[in-house]
Design a protein around this ligand. Structure first.
Ligand code: FEO
Ligand code: CA
Ligand code: CA
Ligand code: CA
Length: 602
């Protein structure tokens, strides 16, 4: 309802204009500060950051690179655990004197591998404001780096231990070293973090030498099988042989999962849940269904890939955390089939609304696997879970415009998914437009709203519509919930979504195709102001806006500033951004708050 005075549907901040400034901008009456940046201490006693003389050992205790997902899990009113993904590395912005990936030393490659993964950082409120800083005064027993270099993970669920997941180093197929390309994620009701392993394909070499029978599977996941080294290869096999598929053909199958991290148990290995399927997981966000089952919504971020949901076999028990920690290990995995309700001829590819006034329709969740039972002809349950994309292909799932973050609103139960863009839609021999992906060469993306029939999250039928079709509001091919388009902010390439306690939808962007910096936006999504989108924040040059996370008291909005200065030709010696410290670019997590201490949204 009405937490801290936020009126549902009211967003009173004044929208900030699009810009190309090399700084982080928030509205008048708000402030921001960097909570933690690349190289800062995470594990107590971490060496001071030393650009140019970095070691993997130091990086394994310091905040990693390219922060993406941000979760803030309260310990008390003024203490919390900040859990952050480190998706990938920009070696050209990390190592002075950088000339090429080939010229990196093995130690530098290990630094990059250690800069991947996650960080858990205890934070504390500054005074009585919405500002937060890393806690420095305590023993910090939760502070932890999880890296791609050496952190062991446990595989759970029906595919764990099956042949496709076994390697020489792990003959039983239950233990994986590290996590790769962790993109978005979610916080569970039991206080753990889910993290999606996304573009894991880019780390592997030697795909040309795998058995012929495996090549189609690798190709479907974007792994090159025609050359030893894909173009621009990081050649991580120079540091760890397991990244060479010629020698370890199953290693790639051990990535592409949803990871669950319990930040309150620093000694517990994080888990990779095979029951939730394997694809280029953007992230996962859960809601507890009326029945008590836990339902996770998930996107596969690739042009023409699919939306999924997972329904747990067990039920959530409010005061039984040990039980809740097992819920994602067993259940039913579904993929979405989406159908429009307007005549096909009215979806002409220009973004013009059909005569019924909406891009909308119905859909079904197609069951792929339940427990150890496969519902896909010719595939076992373990095969469906390990090669989920091939299962989705077989059952005729709907090819979407790059499903990024998918998140249910805990206020309404409706689910929102960012379709970030798909410049191949309807181009050449690629699939054409449909009502859910209605624009040819979709460069600005759209928001997809899904409403489960009867608001039953365990059900198999839904309705859907597109509340926002992104771009320049002055352009005819955009739509903002029917709201007056002269009063909304331009938006392009929605990536992550989040909600404040009033249920307003917050959207961050990646790759703004309108030529200005990426940022964070908010809009009411119910009532007469549906689609009244306003820009809340912009990030510095070359950066994408990740997170975002709005605290339960609505007083703090966290964002991750990812890859600042990632502009063609820029290096750490010749930076395109000097955010945040005025010297060279560093990814960092930022918190924003209202100067008068009030809730951000009111
Ligand atoms: Fe890592 Fe789909 O963004
Ligand atoms: Ca329609
Ligand atoms: Ca993303
Ligand atoms: Ca989200």
């Amino acid at each position: 309802g009405n937490h801290g005075g936020v009126k549902a549907g009211k967003l009173t901040f004044k929208a900030i204009p699009p810009n190309q400034l090399d700084t982080l901008i928030v509205p008048n009456g708000y402030d921001s500060s960097v909570v933690i940046r690349w190289g800062d201490e995470v594990v107590p006693g971490a060496p001071d950051f030393d650009l140019g003389r970095q070691t993997a050992k130091a990086q394994s205790k310091q905040f990693g690179y390219n922060n993406d997902f941000v979760g803030v899990i309260p310990i008390s009113d003024d203490r919390a655990l900040l859990v952050v993904n480190h998706e990938y590395t920009n070696e050209e912005l990390m190592f002075p004197g950088f000339t090429s990936l080939d010229a990196l030393t093995v130690e530098q490659i290990k630094v990059a591998i250690a800069a991947h993964g996650l960080s858990v950082v205890e934070i504390e409120r500054v005074g009585r404001t919405g500002e937060w800083k890393p806690a420095r005064s305590k023993r910090l027993r939760y502070n932890r780096r999880i890296t791609a270099l050496e952190t062991p993970f446990k595989l759970t669920g029906p595919a764990a231990g099956t042949p496709a997941l076994r390697t020489v180093a792990d003959p039983k197929g239950y233990t994986v070293i590290g996590t790769l390309n962790n993109c978005a994620g979610g916080v569970t009701p039991w206080g753990t973090v889910l993290s999606g392993e996304e573009n894991f394909n880019q780390y592997f070499v030697g795909g040309d030498a795998v058995p012929e029978a495996d090549k189609a599977k690798l190709n479907r996941y974007g792994i090159t099988t025609t050359a030893r080294y894909p173009s621009g290869s990081r050649k991580w096999d120079r540091a760890q042989e397991r990244f060479d598929l010629a020698k370890h053909p199953n290693e790639a199958n051990r990535f592409g999962w949803i990871v669950e991290v319990d930040p309150f148990d620093p000694d517990a290995p994080p888990r990779k849940h095979t029951a939730m399927g394997r694809f280029k997981h953007e992230g996962a966000n859960v809601i507890v269904a009326k029945s008590g089952h836990v339902v996770a919504y998930m996107g596969d971020d690739e042009r023409f890939d699919y939306l999924y949901k997972f329904v747990s076999a067990g039920k959530y028990k409010k005061n039984d955390r040990r039980h809740n920690l097992t819920l994602l290990e067993s259940g039913t995995l579904y993929v979405a089939k989406v159908t429009g309700d307007s005549p096909t001829a009215e979806i002409d590819g220009t973004g013009k609304l059909p005569t019924d006034g909406a891009f909308d329709g119905t859909g079904t969740w197609i069951k792929l696997v339940s427990g150890n039972t496969s519902y896909v002809p010719g595939m076992t349950a373990a095969e469906v879970l390990t090669f989920t994309r091939l299962a989705g292909d077989k059952v005729g799932a709907t090819k979407m415009d790059r499903p990024e973050d998918v998140q249910p609103s805990l206020k309404t139960g409706k689910i929102y998914a960012a379709m970030t863009n798909n410049t191949n839609r309807g181009v050449g021999s690629n699939p054409g437009v449909d009502e859910a992906n209605p624009r040819v060469a979709n460069k600005h993306g759209h928001i997809f709203e899904l409403v489960e029939n009867g608001n039953d999250h365990t059900g198999t039928s839904f309705t859907w519509s597109l509340p926002i079709v992104c771009g320049d509001p002055a352009a005819a091919d955009t739509y903002f919930g029917g709201y007056d388009k002269t009063k909304v902010s331009p938006i392009s390439c929605p990536d992550n979504v989040a909600f404040d306690s009033a249920g307003n939808l917050w959207i961050s962007t990646d790759g703004n195709a309108l030529g200005t910096n990426d940022g964070l936006f908010a809009t009411p999504i119910e009532g007469s102001e549906r689609g009244a989108l306003k820009q809340f924040l912009t990030v510095p040059r070359g950066a994408e806006t990740c997170g975002p996370f709005i605290t339960g008291d609505d007083r703090s909005v966290f964002v991750a500033v990812q890859h600042p200065g990632e502009i063609s030709g820029a290096t750490v010696d010749k930076p395109a951004s000097t955010w945040p410290d005025g010297d060279y670019a560093k990814p960092g997590v930022v918190v924003t708050w209202r100067l008068d201490g009030g809730p951000v949204a009111s």
